[in-house]
Design a binder for this molecule. Sequence first.
Ligand code: HXC
Length: 514
Amino acid sequence: MQKASTHLERIRAEAALGGGEARIAAQHSKEKLTARERIEQLLDGETFQETGMFVTHRAGGLGMEKSHPYTDGVVTGWGKIDGRLVYVFAQDFTIMGGSVGEAHGRKIAGLLELAQQNGAPVIGLNDSGGARIQEGVGALAGYGQIFHRNVQASGVIPQISVILGPCAGGAVYSPAITDFVFMVEKTAHMFITGPEVVKSVTHEDVSFDDLGGAAVHRSRSGVAHFTAPDEGALLSNVRSLLSFLPSNNLTPPPCVQPGDDPRRAVPELAHIVPENPQQPYDVRSVIEALVDNGEFMESQSEYACNLVVGFARFDGYPVGIVANQPLSLAGVLDINSSDKGARFIRFCDAFHIPLLTLVDTPGFLPGTDQEYGGIIRHGAKIAYAYSEATVPKVTLILRKAYGGAYIVMGSKHLGGDINFALPNAEIAVMGPEGAVSIVFSKDIQAASDPAVRREELIAQYRSELANPLVAASRGYLDDIIAPAESRVRIIHALEALREKRQPTPSRKHGNIPL
Ligand code: HXC
């Protein structure tokens, strides 16, 4: 017994060293932590329980028969974050570059299944050269199993991908299926084909960073939801995100001690939202004024900036916020912001996170770029996502709400539960200037002073049609509220909707316009 135990301890020590000290040193020299160091940073102290440490590959040929490293290049198990159960896998770059073979893939797929069955979030720490070349179809099978399990777990448990090194080829599709992608700057790269293949196919010269670095995916592709300059900061952001999320789709999101007065007035809102409808402002200032302690965790903060999405709390309860951003493209909706909003709304709906929508938008962005790019198809996603969502939906119109964008931004017509507007809100088919030019063009031309007549008609349109009383009189708004009381009224509304239950039609699934 003693002999067997000693032997096992020796194996454990060998496994814990991954690819060995030289490769660990190489990993550190690239400012990268090892798989085990990352797990230690991510989880609460001494909570990690490892599974499958003794797993090795079964491949032969191409030199594979010479070495059978323990873990097969991926450390798997469970632990706690803020005392809550999570499952975690971390690819070990020191073992065959963290490449995915048949056993490696099976370990990750098995962990995903376990996490799903036990209703706990799963966090994948990715650092891999991709499919293990020597294992051929066995490696592809490994990936296939992971994708399949990611899809089965989607909407059941939160799935988070953290990219801490290379993630190339088909390997990118597992993170892409998961709910949130975190990327570290400098060392993380995601692409379907690397710079060399790009050069040979399209003759473009592009660096690793310019093709698939964190900055590119944060601002241009929208693939990365969160980035950070170093691994420690990134893993700490993962912990923060989890603090807003329930463990699974059958549990409510975690409530915390608010540390902020639910009756707090927000007189500053009247100054943040300018009266002049043409004047831009940062909607994040509105969000920070409204939410508990001004704490807002924004997702995709540099992508499709005309729509702001993220998590905050009201009276300690997590809420997903969707807000037009007048600072960027005047807050119009376009292809990318529709995609961004729709995916965020569907995530919140899947995990019982109520939605607060803050509206200030002149409409959908016109132009051939948008039409040829399929704004019809993409814009429809946001209408679909709001209509489909059964979580509590509270909407506050801050200023402009024109046309189709008024309808899709959480209006009563798409199932908004409690809809408010500020007194200066303008709700109309289009802005006064455009409307007057179309409806009264002959009247303006015939006037002795067309410019003066035009201004008169604009003022008339604004007071008769583009004010919130018209919508309120039809019951499309529940109330017109003073800016200062917005926080209190939102908290009351969310409280009234906390136990909301809304059955959905019996069907296999709807067909969102992807
Ligand atoms: C087997 C691999 C490997 C792989 C790296 N290694 N990638 N082994 N299969 N895919 C091994 C290396 O041989 C090396 O072993 C060790 O990992 C470290 O790799 P280095 O090249 O020394 O590291 P570095 O210089 O940091 O470069 C990392 C890298 C590079 C950029 C990831 O290794 C690379 O380009 N790898 C190939 C990437 C690739 O083309 N993968 C396939 C993508 S297609 P030793 O023993 O020398 O230390 C794909 C299809 C998936 O994944 C489809 C799924 C649907």
